[in-house]
Design a binder for this molecule. Structure first.
Ligand code: PLP
Length: 400
């Protein structure tokens, strides 16, 4: 079977501005006029095409970005939000009601974990956390009232890979929706094509790639997207976490270079991972045959974009990790900062930062050491030189 090419799919969408500018215009209107009263009524009921009602519902600039995102995922539609968390929480809340149950991966991003473990219970929704790479565990956790199975294609920070096709079978059997966060691996994986019902993103990361804003996206069938923005009961319409039109337009331009950026992030990450492995370090990278999910990753991934820009090395203790990261920052390798997908390399100690909301017992269960340093490898044009500097720091600090 010919593999899907998300880059090609995006390039087939070309939106011009009204004046035939090569980029779509920024439409900074909150409200829109109608030629006839009846058109306004019909638009309220979702029965018109080409008309916009109000920017909390649809905005032409957001709509242009959504068309390209839907093309990238191979979905009928998409909707963009003011943050990744807004995309995740809206998608989840749209799928559940009081009395329902969610089966979620215990390795999800810390904010998602906090929402599922501390927040959603106030709406009478129960959550069971499992290791979603253990399919039997997922099956066993499903109940008659399970409405969602939630996972990340590539988990943080140990980069475990979800078997999307198998999870879909379990979801279908349970009568649940499979929601997949693909933030770590846009283009590399096409979760909807693999079987997910709904794909969510923090566009703050690789998709935008500039660290100049937070933003999110939900990609799914038109029915689901329309239900999200239903004026009477749509979660997105009623909670209102919209993405501003200026941001939507700037993210759209960055989306068109995503494939090249992913290739370079992957190339640099592979280079460093192989070097670290040669040094005998404990390194986690899905491109290495030693990674537990390397084979599964190869089966599911699209061609051309590599294994992604995320790697992790284990230095044993948080103290060693901090000292190492401080030296890397001082020597100009990148920044000691959370987040990922930036053009400069970012590093953080996962257990003490982005996964700190995940209880220590879960961190232990997933095999996460407190000295784990996560790298989001940047777009360096001289990765050999970057490595030489890191190598010198490792020696200086007696790590190797
Ligand atoms: N999903 C993943 C995998 C993340 O890493 C993050 C943020 O770090 C989010 C979602 C949340 O996104 P945002 O910060 O844009 O709300």
């Amino acid at each position: 079977m010919k593999k899907f090419n998300p880059a090609l799919a995006i390039s087939s969408v070309q939106e011009l501005s009204l004046e035939r500018g090569v980029n779509p215009s920024i439409n900074d209107s909150a409200t829109f006029t109608f030629p006839f009263g009846q058109t306004m009524t019909d638009t309220f009921h979702g029965e018109t095409e080409g008309y916009f009602l109000y920017s909390r519902h649809w905005n032409p600039s957001a709509f242009a970005l959504c068309k390209s995102l839907a093309a990238m995922e191979g979905t009928e539609a998409a909707w963009v939000t003011g943050s990744g968390m807004a995309a995740i929480t809206c998608a989840l809340l749209q799928c559940v009601q009081k009395g329902d149950h969610i089966v979620a991966s215990m390795t999800v991003y810390g904010g998602t974990f906090a929402f599922l473990s501390n927040y959603i219970e106030r709406f009478g929704v129960e959550v069971t956390f499992v290791d979603t790479t253990n399919l039997q565990m997922v099956k066993d956790a499903c109940r008659p009232n399970t409405k969602v199975i939630y996972t990340e294609t590539m988990s943080n920070p140990l980069l475990r890979i979800s078997n999307i096709a198998e999870l879909r079978k379990i979801a279908d059997h349970a009568g649940a929706k499979l929601i997949v966060d693909n933030t770590f691996s846009p283009m590399i994986f096409s979760p909807y094509k693999l079987g997910a019902h709904i794909v969510v993103y923090s566009m703050t990361k690789f998709i935008n790639g500039k660290n100049d804003c937070v933003a999110g996206a939900i990609c799914a069938d038109a029915d689901f997207i329309n239900s999200l923005i239903n004026v009477n009961n749509g979660t997105a319409m009623l909670l209102g976490p919209v993405l501003d039109s200026f941001r939507a337009t700037s993210i759209l331009k960055n989306l068109y270079t995503l494939h090249i950026r992913m290739q370079q992030h992957s190339k640099n990450a592979m280079f460093l991972a192989e070097k670290f492995q040669k040094l005998g370090m404990k390194v986690t990278y899905t491109g290495l045959p030693s990674h537990i999910d390397h084979k599964l990753m190869k089966e599911q991934m699209n061609d051309q974009f590599g294994f992604g820009g995320m790697i992790a090395i284990d230095l044993g203790t948080a103290e060693k990790a901090n000292k190492f990261m401080e030296a890397m920052q001082n020597k100009g390798i990148g920044f000691l900062a959370v987040s990922l997908g930036y053009f400069r390399t970012l590093f953080s100690c996962s257990g003490k930062s982005t996964s700190s909301e995940v209880p220590e017992e879960y961190q232990k269960e997933m095999g996460m050491s407190e000295g784990l340093v996560r790298f989001s490898v940047g777009l360096d044009s001289d990765i050999e030189n970057t490595y030489d500097i890191i190598h010198a720091i490792l020696k200086e600090q007696n790590i190797i």
